[in-house]
Design a protein around this ligand. Structure first.
Ligand code: SAM
Length: 287
C-alpha cells in the first residue's frame, strides 16, 4: 500500500473515490511523513498499546499506528470515508473501524472490550471545531488512558500548556493541567495538510497523572469556580465569583478567603495557579 503521508498518494485516492471535503467536519488531511513520525514517536507507541484514533480521515496515521501498536480503534464520523478506509486499511487485522461521532461513542466500553480496562493511548489529528469537548470528554469521563497525543490548532495547544500570568492562561489550561502534564512537541505549518488550514497547528502530548496534582473532593465544584473566574476575565475574583449564578458564594466570603491566602482583593483569576484555586475553594467551604 502506498504511503498516504505523501501528498500525491493522498490526492490519487481522493480522486479515485471522488471525495468531497466536508468543512463542517474539520477535514484537513495530513500529508507530511516527518510530522507523522513525530506524532508516533511522541506517543511512544509499542505493540503493548491499544490506541484510539479519533477521525482517521483516509487512514494515513491509522496505517502508521497499525504497524506499531497491538490494537487500533479508529472512530470516523463521515460515512463517505468508510469505503476509502476499508481499502487503505485492508492489510491490517488489528484495526477496528467505527463509523460514529466520537462525542456519542462510549469510550469506556471500547477500553473494556478492546483492552480489558487497561489504559489506552489516544492519538489523533483532531477536527479543530471540537478539540475541547473531545479532550474534556475523555478526562471528565474518567476514560482509562495513559496519554493523548494530538495535532491541534497551535493557539489551543499553547492555551493548554500556559501557566498563570500569561495571556493564554485560562479555564482550558487549568482543566487540562488538573488531569495531565502537557508538552508541545512540534509546530506544524499549514502546508503539511490537504486542504491547508488557515491557522498554524501543533502537536501536544498530554500525559495523564495517576493522581491529580491537587486533592479535590469535588471536581465539579473546582471547574465551576474556574469557569466563573474566567467567564468574566477582566473582573476581579471578588466580583467574578461573588456575582456568579449557582456558585453559592458571597463577595464577603471571597474577600475573607483571599485575605487568608495573603492575596490582593483586586486579584484576577488569571493570576492564580491550580493549587491556589484548590486552596481558595477549601477556604470558601464549597468542597
Ligand atoms: N487523521 C486524518 C489525517 O491526519 O489526515 C484526518 C484528520 S482531519 C483534521 C479530522 C477527521 O476527523 C476527519 O476525517 C473528520 O471527518 C473526522 N471527524 C470530524 N468530526 C468527528 C467526530 N465528531 N467524530 C469522529 N470523527 C470526526
Amino acid at each position: 500500500m502506498a504511503d498516504l503521508g505523501v501528498a500525491r498518494n493522498t490526492i490519487q485516492i481522493l480522486q479515485k473515490y471522488q471525495f468531497h471535503f466536508q468543512k463542517k467536519y474539520g477535514q484537513n488531511f495530513l500529508v507530511d511523513e516527518r510530522v507523522l513520525e513525530r506524532i508516533l514517536s511522541a506517543a511512544e507507541i509499542t505493540k503493548e498499546d491499544c490506541v484510539l484514533e479519533i477521525g482517521p480521515g483516509i487512514g494515513t496515521m491509522t496505517q502508521y499506528l497499525a504497524e506499531r501498536a497491538g490494537e487500533v480503534v479508529a472512530v470516523e464520523i463521515d460515512r463517505n470515508l468508510i469505503p476509502i478506509l476499508e481499502e487503505t486499511l485492508e492489510a491490517y487485522s488489528n484495526v477496528t473501524l467505527i463509523n460514529d461521532d466520537i462525542l456519542k461513542v462510549d469510550v469506556n466500553r471500547i477500553v473494556s472490550e478492546k483492552n480489558g480496562g487497561t489504559p489506552i493511548k489516544v492519538v489523533a489529528n483532531l477536527p479543530y471545531y471540537i478539540t475541547t469537548p473531545i479532550i474534556m470528554g475523555l478526562f471528565e469521563g474518567h476514560v482509562p488512558l495513559k496519554s493523548i497525543t494530538i495535532l491541534v490548532q497551535r493557539e489551543v495547544a499553547e492555551r493548554m500548556q500556559a501557566g498563570p500570568g500569561t495571556k493564554e492562561y485560562g479555564a482550558l489550561s487549568l482543566a487540562v493541567q488538573y488531569y495531565a502534564k502537557p508538552e508541545v512537541v512540534a509546530k506544524v505549518p499549514p502546508n503539511c495538510f490537504i486542504p491547508r488550514p488557515t491557522v498554524d497547528s501543533a502537536v501536544i502530548r498530554l500525559v495523564r497523572y495517576e493522581e491529580p496534582p491537587v486533592k479535590m473532593l469535588d471536581e465539579e465544584k473546582l471547574f465551576a469556580v474556574i469557569r466563573a473566574a474566567f467567564n468574566q476575565r477582566r473582573k476581579t475574583l471578588v466580583n467574578a465569583l461573588g456575582n456568579a449564578q449557582g456558585l453559592g458564594v458571597t463577595k464577603d466570603r471571597v474577600v475573607k478567603a483571599l485575605e487568608e491566602m495573603g492575596l490582593s482583593l483586586t486579584v484576577r483569576g488569571e493570576a492564580l495557579s491550580l493549587e491556589q484555586f484548590a486552596r481558595l475553594i477549601s477556604l470558601l467551604g464549597t468542597s
